[in-house]
Design a protein around this ligand. Structure first.
Ligand SMILES: [Fe+2]
Length: 218
């Protein structure tokens, strides 16, 4: 299913949410955009069907929209979060799902919502919100977590420069089997040099179209 096939209310609902996120937290919005594309490319690299690729793209695109509800002082805090702040931060997966709950009535969005809800679960059961382990974690979530972590490590933030790819790859390798799905981590590390080029092309096209629309790209 593609953007053109969605009912009008779905398009509007998603657009309004993404635009609001962009206004409040442009960094998070851009992270979501990149993770959406990156997750789709990964899905293609491991041989998922066209429809599954689109599902993965939406799950990636919307995975962090719940951060809209986190106060700025917590989301952008450079130092360590207090216990209370951390538990508020952890609520964002559920908040993301709450914001698009009504989409869950459409067959297409069921795996999207599920993928979003569990995108911080870890293979060893130490993640959140439910501490699910291994295959109990939806496939979509296991895939998002890798692309999400790579993007979070390598992109520039207001208070620090992004890390080089090699450092991010080492981290993903190191935590394969504990934080990340071992097979998906391997597939990511093998295919990323190819998918990265395509993702960079998407980014350039997006920046160009934003310029035409008169918007600032980042
Ligand atoms: Fe997240």
């Amino acid at each position: 299913m593609y953007w053109d096939d969605f009912p009008e209310w779905v398009k509007q609902h998603i657009s309004v949410i993404l635009e609001s996120l962009r206004e409040r937290y442009p960094e998070t919005y851009n992270h979501c955009r990149r993770v959406g594309k990156g997750t789709r490319l990964m899905a293609r690299a491991i041989g998922l069907s066209e429809n599954e690729q689109v599902i993965m793209e939406y799950a990636g695109l919307l995975h962090d929209i719940g951060k809209f509800q986190i106060p700025k002082g917590i989301l952008h805090k450079p130092g360590k979060l207090s216990e209370e702040e951390y538990s508020m931060m952890k609520s964002h997966s559920e908040a993301s799902v709450d914001m698009i709950e009504e989409l869950g009535d459409l067959e297409f969005f069921k795996p999207v919502l599920d993928g979003i809800l569990h995108h911080h679960e870890r293979i060893d059961g130490q993640g959140y919100p439910y501490g699910l382990e291994k295959e109990a974690i939806p496939f979509e979530s296991r895939l998002i977590l890798i692309v999400d972590t790579y993007d979070a490590m390598t992109s520039d933030r207001a208070y620090r420069k992004g890390l080089p790819d090699e450092v991010a790859y080492k981290e993903i390798q190191k935590f394969a089997g504990s934080q990340f799905d071992e097979h998906l981590a391997k597939a990511f590390l093998e295919s990323h040099k190819f998918t990265k080029k395509e993702n960079q092309r998407f980014e350039l096209e997006w920046e160009k179209s934003e310029k035409i629309k008169g918007k600032k790209a980042a």
